[in-house]
Design a protein around this ligand. Sequence first.
Ligand code: DQA
Length: 146
Amino acid sequence: MKPSFAVLNGPNLDRLGKREPGVYGSATLADLQAALCKTATSLNVELSFFQSNHEGALLDKIGELADGGCAGAVINPGAWTHTSVALRDAIAGSGMPFVEVHISNVHKREPFRHHSYTAGVCEGVICGLGQQGYHFALEYLVKKIS
Ligand code: DQA
């Protein structure tokens, strides 16, 4: 059986392509998912996707993935990066490796985006490389378990 990984997106990332395209680009979440499916095929792994604008739904999903044997996850927590101790605890408690991704370079932006509650419980953080960052993160996770 192929190992399975997940790509998780937090609030407002369903609006990629429409939302501040100067910051986040013109590619949509569907474009991102289609491109990641190709990467997953080339890496010979299963990939599932989840996006929510509801924090509890994302917390529930992380628990489900952990209990379901998911091998690791790429997460863009969106604004919850900068606010959510609960999300940090869910990641820490999952026992799964996570890589945090941000499309924009949060360090070039407003000071409130410079702190991440979640980064300290992830394997690493990729930011500012656009949607490409998700692919790098997935490649890292697949290499890590093989
Ligand atoms: C983001 C950066 C966050 O600060 C912001 O709240 C987002 C998107 C990014 O991908 O660059 O929603 O995570």
